[in-house]
Ligand binder design. Structure first.
Ligand code: HEC
Ligand code: HEC
Length: 204
């Protein structure tokens, strides 16, 4: 009996480990190689309070974001599946290797996005609908899903609105966003922004 339990347990461990490697294989870039390119990016992403011109919202924090998510987002801008003229211009000439390297660099310069936590209690209850993917502390549980903890509130809010009206399309998140009541969007954005996590990192 014990042996069976052990076998099942180790099969489960193996399964998890394979899943883990399959995810990280997405973006096992070289952080050192991505550093130089990363400086260009921090010209916007590394400036506290820097804004997208129209509509006006703060450029997202990238420091400590998951590398695999960063690389998926960049490929989305490059191939046009995620629309944004400025970011498309940034991503258009990048090779897959450059994308993976710069993603690895940006992921490496954040704060401690493992422990984290904190946050306003008001949004906690509503955020239960999100934690299966975005994590208990807003630190995503899958490398290809974004960490929300500490992200700018206005950036989170406009993203949620875009998923709802379809101007940012993603089958998984789009299906989630339509389930959220309009008046709860701001509560959720405020909650995740109030958690400890992502950072605006500046060039040294
Ligand atoms: C001129 C300013 C500017 C520069 C330079 C810039 N970005 Fe951006 N970036 C933005 C804005 C604005 C957004 C938000 C776009 C949106 O709403 O989709 C963004 C979004 C992103 C996102 C999506 C983040 C998320 O949470 O989904 C990634 C990843 C990203 N940028 C990476 C980079 C990288 C890598 C570089 C350098 C190669 C770079 N950016 C250079 C302005 C800039
Ligand atoms: C089933 C998994 C899942 C659940 C549950 C989920 N999300 Fe997401 N979320 C995703 C994925 C996947 C993405 C990335 C989609 C993309 O590439 O545009 C995402 C993206 C986002 C983004 C954009 C972040 C960025 O950096 O651009 C926000 C904001 C967000 N989710 C908020 C929420 C909120 C709030 C909830 C709860 C109401 C929630 N999500 C529930 C999977 C999920």
């Amino acid at each position: 009996m014990n042996t069976i339990i052990k076998t099942v347990a180790s099969a489960a461990t193996l399964f998890l480990a394979c899943g883990f490697f399959a995810q990280t294989a997405y973006a096992d870039g070289d952080a050192e190689a991505g550093k130089e390119l990363g400086y260009t990016c921090l010209g916007c992403h590394g400036i506290e309070g820097y804004r997208n011109a129209y509509p006006s919202y703060r450029v997202p924090k990238l420091g400590g974001q998951k590398a695999a998510y960063l690389s998926l987002a960049l490929k989305g801008y490059r191939d046009g599946s995620r629309e944004h003229p400025t970011m498309a211009a940034q991503a258009t000439s990048l090779s897959d290797t450059e994308i993976e390297d710069v993603a690895a660099y940006l992921a490496s310069i954040g704060g401690d996005t493992v422990a984290a936590g904190g946050g306003e209690q008001a949004g906690l209850e509503k955020a239960q609908a999100c934690i299966a993917c975005h994590g208990q502390n807003g630190i995503s549980v899958n490398a290809v899903w974004p960490t929300l903890a500490g992200q700018h509130e206005d950036y989170l809010l406009q993203s949620l609105k875009k998923y709802r009206d379809g101007s940012r399309s993603d089958p998984v998140m789009g299906a989630q966003a339509v389930l959220v009541a309009e008046e709860d969007l701001a509560v959720l954005a405020r909650y995740f922004a109030s958690l400890e996590g992502l950072e605006t990192t500046r060039p040294e």
